[in-house]
Design a protein. Structure first.
Length: 301
Protein backbone atom coordinates (compact mmCIF):
# COMPACT_ATOMS: atom_id res chain seq x y z
CA UNK A 1 0.00 0.00 0.00
CA UNK A 2 1.37 3.43 -0.95
CA UNK A 3 1.81 6.05 1.75
CA UNK A 4 -0.79 8.18 -0.05
CA UNK A 5 -3.45 5.47 0.10
CA UNK A 6 -2.56 4.75 3.73
CA UNK A 7 -2.94 8.45 4.59
CA UNK A 8 -6.42 8.51 3.07
CA UNK A 9 -7.55 6.06 5.71
CA UNK A 10 -6.25 8.22 8.55
CA UNK A 11 -7.98 11.55 7.96
CA UNK A 12 -8.43 14.53 5.63
CA UNK A 13 -5.56 15.56 3.34
CA UNK A 14 -5.31 19.14 2.11
CA UNK A 15 -4.95 19.64 -1.63
CA UNK A 16 -3.49 22.72 -3.26
CA UNK A 17 -5.47 25.45 -5.02
CA UNK A 18 -5.63 26.78 -8.55
CA UNK A 19 -2.21 26.61 -10.17
CA UNK A 20 -3.15 28.93 -13.03
CA UNK A 21 -4.69 31.33 -10.52
CA UNK A 22 -1.45 31.59 -8.58
CA UNK A 23 0.71 31.88 -11.68
CA UNK A 24 -1.51 34.73 -12.93
CA UNK A 25 -1.12 36.49 -9.60
CA UNK A 26 2.64 36.26 -10.10
CA UNK A 27 2.29 38.17 -13.37
CA UNK A 28 2.33 35.29 -15.87
CA UNK A 29 0.05 35.35 -18.90
CA UNK A 30 -2.34 32.38 -18.82
CA UNK A 31 -4.43 33.45 -21.81
CA UNK A 32 -2.99 31.11 -24.44
CA UNK A 33 -4.58 27.80 -25.41
CA UNK A 34 -1.73 26.02 -23.59
CA UNK A 35 -2.51 27.72 -20.27
CA UNK A 36 0.05 26.68 -17.62
CA UNK A 37 1.55 24.12 -20.05
CA UNK A 38 3.33 27.03 -21.75
CA UNK A 39 5.23 27.79 -18.55
CA UNK A 40 6.01 24.12 -18.11
CA UNK A 41 7.90 24.35 -21.40
CA UNK A 42 9.32 27.87 -21.05
CA UNK A 43 9.69 28.65 -17.32
CA UNK A 44 9.45 25.51 -15.19
CA UNK A 45 10.92 27.29 -12.15
CA UNK A 46 7.81 29.47 -12.03
CA UNK A 47 5.71 26.35 -11.61
CA UNK A 48 8.08 24.90 -9.00
CA UNK A 49 7.80 28.10 -6.96
CA UNK A 50 4.00 28.00 -7.18
CA UNK A 51 3.89 24.40 -5.95
CA UNK A 52 6.22 25.37 -3.10
CA UNK A 53 3.94 28.24 -2.14
CA UNK A 54 1.01 25.85 -1.76
CA UNK A 55 3.09 23.41 0.27
CA UNK A 56 4.13 26.28 2.53
CA UNK A 57 0.46 27.22 2.90
CA UNK A 58 -0.36 23.77 4.26
CA UNK A 59 -1.24 21.75 1.17
CA UNK A 60 0.04 18.20 1.24
CA UNK A 61 -0.77 17.33 -2.36
CA UNK A 62 0.64 19.19 -5.36
CA UNK A 63 -1.43 18.72 -8.51
CA UNK A 64 0.92 18.94 -11.48
CA UNK A 65 0.82 21.37 -14.39
CA UNK A 66 -0.05 18.61 -16.88
CA UNK A 67 -3.81 19.34 -17.00
CA UNK A 68 -3.67 20.86 -20.46
CA UNK A 69 -0.70 18.87 -21.77
CA UNK A 70 -1.88 16.50 -24.48
CA UNK A 71 -0.44 15.08 -27.67
CA UNK A 72 -3.07 16.77 -29.82
CA UNK A 73 -3.00 20.09 -27.99
CA UNK A 74 0.76 20.50 -28.14
CA UNK A 75 0.92 19.20 -31.71
CA UNK A 76 -1.36 22.07 -32.72
CA UNK A 77 1.17 24.43 -31.12
CA UNK A 78 4.06 22.92 -33.07
CA UNK A 79 5.46 20.42 -30.55
CA UNK A 80 6.19 16.80 -31.41
CA UNK A 81 5.43 13.61 -29.47
CA UNK A 82 8.82 13.58 -27.73
CA UNK A 83 8.23 17.15 -26.50
CA UNK A 84 4.91 16.06 -25.02
CA UNK A 85 6.42 13.06 -23.24
CA UNK A 86 9.18 15.24 -21.77
CA UNK A 87 6.67 17.84 -20.62
CA UNK A 88 4.52 15.25 -18.87
CA UNK A 89 7.50 13.75 -17.06
CA UNK A 90 8.82 17.20 -16.20
CA UNK A 91 5.52 18.20 -14.60
CA UNK A 92 5.90 15.37 -12.07
CA UNK A 93 9.59 16.06 -11.48
CA UNK A 94 8.93 19.77 -10.81
CA UNK A 95 6.31 18.97 -8.18
CA UNK A 96 8.69 16.54 -6.49
CA UNK A 97 11.39 19.23 -6.45
CA UNK A 98 8.96 21.66 -4.83
CA UNK A 99 8.12 19.08 -2.17
CA UNK A 100 11.82 18.69 -1.42
CA UNK A 101 12.28 22.47 -1.38
CA UNK A 102 9.50 22.67 1.21
CA UNK A 103 11.31 20.17 3.44
CA UNK A 104 8.59 17.55 3.10
CA UNK A 105 9.15 13.83 2.70
CA UNK A 106 7.50 11.37 0.33
CA UNK A 107 5.50 9.91 3.21
CA UNK A 108 3.99 13.23 4.30
CA UNK A 109 3.26 15.08 1.04
CA UNK A 110 2.35 13.75 -2.38
CA UNK A 111 2.43 14.50 -6.10
CA UNK A 112 -0.79 14.08 -8.08
CA UNK A 113 -0.32 13.98 -11.86
CA UNK A 114 -3.13 16.01 -13.39
CA UNK A 115 -5.11 14.45 -16.23
CA UNK A 116 -7.51 16.96 -17.73
CA UNK A 117 -10.49 16.01 -19.91
CA UNK A 118 -10.59 15.96 -23.69
CA UNK A 119 -12.23 19.38 -23.70
CA UNK A 120 -9.24 20.98 -21.97
CA UNK A 121 -7.11 20.33 -25.07
CA UNK A 122 -9.70 22.11 -27.20
CA UNK A 123 -9.38 25.24 -25.01
CA UNK A 124 -12.93 26.25 -25.88
CA UNK A 125 -14.68 25.65 -22.57
CA UNK A 126 -16.18 22.33 -23.68
CA UNK A 127 -14.99 20.62 -20.51
CA UNK A 128 -17.94 22.49 -18.99
CA UNK A 129 -20.43 20.92 -21.41
CA UNK A 130 -19.02 17.55 -22.44
CA UNK A 131 -20.33 18.22 -25.94
CA UNK A 132 -17.45 16.51 -27.72
CA UNK A 133 -19.27 14.15 -30.05
CA UNK A 134 -16.69 11.46 -29.19
CA UNK A 135 -17.37 7.80 -28.41
CA UNK A 136 -16.00 5.85 -25.46
CA UNK A 137 -13.51 4.10 -27.74
CA UNK A 138 -12.34 7.38 -29.28
CA UNK A 139 -11.84 8.94 -25.86
CA UNK A 140 -9.97 5.87 -24.60
CA UNK A 141 -7.60 6.11 -27.53
CA UNK A 142 -7.07 9.83 -26.95
CA UNK A 143 -6.36 9.48 -23.21
CA UNK A 144 -4.21 6.34 -23.44
CA UNK A 145 -0.78 7.79 -24.38
CA UNK A 146 -0.94 10.58 -21.82
CA UNK A 147 -2.01 8.24 -19.02
CA UNK A 148 0.81 5.88 -19.94
CA UNK A 149 3.40 8.68 -19.94
CA UNK A 150 2.27 10.04 -16.60
CA UNK A 151 2.16 6.58 -15.03
CA UNK A 152 5.74 6.03 -16.24
CA UNK A 153 6.77 9.17 -14.33
CA UNK A 154 5.62 7.38 -11.14
CA UNK A 155 3.57 10.07 -9.38
CA UNK A 156 1.98 9.17 -6.07
CA UNK A 157 -1.49 9.37 -7.60
CA UNK A 158 -3.15 10.27 -10.89
CA UNK A 159 -5.63 13.15 -10.57
CA UNK A 160 -8.33 12.66 -13.20
CA UNK A 161 -9.95 16.08 -13.18
CA UNK A 162 -12.93 18.08 -14.43
CA UNK A 163 -14.58 15.20 -16.30
CA UNK A 164 -17.93 16.50 -17.64
CA UNK A 165 -19.71 13.41 -18.98
CA UNK A 166 -20.42 9.77 -18.21
CA UNK A 167 -18.99 8.80 -21.60
CA UNK A 168 -15.61 10.23 -20.62
CA UNK A 169 -15.79 8.72 -17.13
CA UNK A 170 -16.39 5.33 -18.74
CA UNK A 171 -13.45 5.82 -21.12
CA UNK A 172 -11.01 6.93 -18.43
CA UNK A 173 -11.99 4.31 -15.86
CA UNK A 174 -11.50 1.62 -18.49
CA UNK A 175 -8.00 2.92 -19.21
CA UNK A 176 -7.14 3.13 -15.51
CA UNK A 177 -8.04 -0.51 -14.90
CA UNK A 178 -4.68 -2.25 -14.50
CA UNK A 179 -2.52 0.88 -14.87
CA UNK A 180 -0.77 0.18 -11.56
CA UNK A 181 -0.93 3.71 -10.10
CA UNK A 182 -3.52 4.91 -7.57
CA UNK A 183 -5.95 7.45 -9.05
CA UNK A 184 -8.80 9.68 -8.09
CA UNK A 185 -11.61 10.59 -10.48
CA UNK A 186 -13.19 14.02 -10.14
CA UNK A 187 -16.10 15.17 -12.26
CA UNK A 188 -17.42 18.69 -12.78
CA UNK A 189 -21.06 19.34 -11.99
CA UNK A 190 -23.89 21.86 -12.19
CA UNK A 191 -27.31 21.58 -10.58
CA UNK A 192 -26.42 18.23 -9.05
CA UNK A 193 -25.52 16.48 -12.30
CA UNK A 194 -22.48 16.13 -14.53
CA UNK A 195 -22.16 19.07 -16.91
CA UNK A 196 -23.42 16.87 -19.74
CA UNK A 197 -26.55 16.10 -17.70
CA UNK A 198 -25.58 12.60 -16.57
CA UNK A 199 -26.31 11.18 -13.14
CA UNK A 200 -23.56 11.63 -10.55
CA UNK A 201 -24.17 8.31 -8.83
CA UNK A 202 -23.64 6.50 -12.15
CA UNK A 203 -20.24 8.16 -12.54
CA UNK A 204 -19.23 7.25 -8.99
CA UNK A 205 -20.39 3.66 -9.46
CA UNK A 206 -18.11 3.35 -12.51
CA UNK A 207 -15.19 4.72 -10.51
CA UNK A 208 -15.80 2.30 -7.64
CA UNK A 209 -15.48 -0.65 -10.00
CA UNK A 210 -11.78 -0.03 -10.73
CA UNK A 211 -9.22 -1.16 -8.10
CA UNK A 212 -6.76 1.64 -8.95
CA UNK A 213 -9.34 4.34 -8.13
CA UNK A 214 -8.94 5.26 -4.48
CA UNK A 215 -11.19 8.35 -4.27
CA UNK A 216 -13.90 10.07 -6.28
CA UNK A 217 -15.66 13.39 -6.19
CA UNK A 218 -15.99 16.79 -7.82
CA UNK A 219 -13.90 19.80 -8.76
CA UNK A 220 -14.15 23.02 -10.77
CA UNK A 221 -17.69 23.68 -9.55
CA UNK A 222 -19.54 25.95 -7.17
CA UNK A 223 -19.17 25.30 -3.44
CA UNK A 224 -22.96 24.83 -3.27
CA UNK A 225 -22.60 21.60 -5.26
CA UNK A 226 -20.31 19.82 -2.80
CA UNK A 227 -22.73 18.57 -0.15
CA UNK A 228 -25.03 17.00 -2.73
CA UNK A 229 -22.10 15.44 -4.57
CA UNK A 230 -20.85 13.81 -1.39
CA UNK A 231 -24.34 12.48 -0.73
CA UNK A 232 -24.39 11.01 -4.25
CA UNK A 233 -20.99 9.41 -3.61
CA UNK A 234 -22.30 7.76 -0.46
CA UNK A 235 -25.47 6.66 -2.25
CA UNK A 236 -23.46 5.04 -5.05
CA UNK A 237 -22.46 2.34 -2.58
CA UNK A 238 -18.84 2.08 -3.65
CA UNK A 239 -17.41 3.22 -0.32
CA UNK A 240 -14.80 5.49 -1.92
CA UNK A 241 -13.36 8.43 0.02
CA UNK A 242 -14.45 11.79 -1.34
CA UNK A 243 -12.34 14.36 -3.14
CA UNK A 244 -13.63 17.93 -3.37
CA UNK A 245 -11.93 21.04 -4.72
CA UNK A 246 -14.39 23.65 -5.92
CA UNK A 247 -13.81 26.98 -7.60
CA UNK A 248 -13.98 30.22 -5.70
CA UNK A 249 -17.62 30.68 -6.67
CA UNK A 250 -16.93 33.07 -9.54
CA UNK A 251 -18.14 32.23 -13.05
CA UNK A 252 -15.83 31.52 -16.01
CA UNK A 253 -16.84 32.84 -19.45
CA UNK A 254 -14.93 30.76 -22.00
CA UNK A 255 -15.48 33.04 -24.99
CA UNK A 256 -14.32 36.17 -23.19
CA UNK A 257 -11.75 34.20 -21.14
CA UNK A 258 -12.82 36.18 -18.09
CA UNK A 259 -14.37 35.70 -14.64
CA UNK A 260 -17.35 37.42 -13.05
CA UNK A 261 -19.14 37.35 -9.71
CA UNK A 262 -17.80 37.22 -6.17
CA UNK A 263 -15.78 34.61 -4.32
CA UNK A 264 -17.11 32.39 -1.54
CA UNK A 265 -15.19 31.10 1.46
CA UNK A 266 -13.89 27.55 0.96
CA UNK A 267 -12.55 26.99 4.47
CA UNK A 268 -15.88 27.75 6.14
CA UNK A 269 -17.29 24.55 4.62
CA UNK A 270 -14.24 22.30 4.91
CA UNK A 271 -15.20 20.72 8.23
CA UNK A 272 -18.69 19.85 7.00
CA UNK A 273 -17.27 18.36 3.81
CA UNK A 274 -14.87 16.21 5.80
CA UNK A 275 -17.73 15.06 8.01
CA UNK A 276 -19.63 14.16 4.83
CA UNK A 277 -16.90 11.83 3.62
CA UNK A 278 -14.35 14.07 1.92
CA UNK A 279 -10.77 12.96 2.54
CA UNK A 280 -9.13 15.21 -0.06
CA UNK A 281 -10.12 18.86 0.25
CA UNK A 282 -8.72 21.86 -1.61
CA UNK A 283 -9.58 24.43 -4.24
CA UNK A 284 -9.63 24.83 -7.99
CA UNK A 285 -9.85 27.99 -10.12
CA UNK A 286 -9.42 31.32 -8.30
CA UNK A 287 -8.55 29.62 -5.00
CA UNK A 288 -5.10 30.69 -3.82
CA UNK A 289 -2.66 29.95 -0.98
CA UNK A 290 -4.49 32.09 1.57
CA UNK A 291 -7.66 30.01 1.22
CA UNK A 292 -5.68 26.76 1.25
CA UNK A 293 -3.95 27.89 4.44
CA UNK A 294 -7.37 28.50 5.98
CA UNK A 295 -8.54 25.03 4.89
CA UNK A 296 -5.46 23.48 6.49
CA UNK A 297 -6.15 25.29 9.76
CA UNK A 298 -9.69 23.90 9.78
CA UNK A 299 -8.78 20.30 8.93
CA UNK A 300 -5.34 19.62 10.39
CA UNK A 301 -5.27 19.03 14.12
Amino acid sequence: MSSFVAALAVGPIVLDGGLGTLLESHGHDMSSSLWSARLLLEDPDAIRRAHREYFDAGARVAITSSYQVSHTGLAAAGFDRADVERALHRSVEIARQAREDAGLGADEAWVAASVGPYGAALADGSEYTGAYGRTVDELREWHRPRLAALAAAAPDVLAIETVPSLVEVEAITAELDGIGIPAWVSVTVADGRLRAGDDLADAFALAAGVPEIVAAGVNCCDTAEITGALAALRASGGGLPGVVYPNSGELWHAQERAWSGSASEIAAHAGDWAAGGARLVGGCCRVGPDQISAVARRLVR
